[in-house]
Ligand binder design. Structure first.
Ligand SMILES: [Zn+2]
Length: 97
C-alpha cells in the first residue's frame, strides 16, 4: 500500500477498467495460463505462460482478488474451521474388501 517515503510512484493501468493509479496502490495478480494440445491424454505438448496484471482496488474487490485485512482473516478462520469440521476418519476410510 501507499508508502510516503518513496516519492512519486510509477503509474499503472488497471487491466479491467483502464483506470490509472500509482503502482503501490494497485493490486498485483499473477495467473498461469496453460495451453495444451490435448487435455485428455498424457502425452501432449504443454506450454505455460505467466500472465501478470494490475487491478485497481475496486476491480480487485469486485473480482475477489483483494479483501480488507479483517475480512481476509475472517475468511481464513472460516475456511480453517470448515476444514477442521470435516470428518477425516470415516467408518470405511481407506478400507477395501
Ligand atoms: Zn479497475
Amino acid at each position: 500500500m501507499a508508502n510516503k517515503i518513496r516519492g512519486r510512484e510509477k503509474l499503472v493501468t488497471c487491466s479491467s477498467c483502464g483506470r490509472t493509479m500509482p503502482k503501490d496502490k494497485s493490486v498485483k495478480y499473477g495467473r498461469m495460463n496453460v495451453y495444451s494440445t490435448e487435455l485428455k491424454s498424457g502425452d501432449d505438448v504443454k506450454a505455460t505462460t505467466f500472465v501478470e496484471s494490475y487491478y485497481c482496488i475496486s476491480c480487485a474487490k469486485h473480482r475477489r482478488i483483494f479483501e480488507k485485512l479483517g475480512r481476509k482473516a475472517a475468511i481464513a478462520a472460516a475456511r480453517k474451521e470448515r476444514e477442521f469440521k470435516r470428518p477425516t476418519e470415516r467408518w470405511n476410510s481407506g478400507r477395501r474388501w
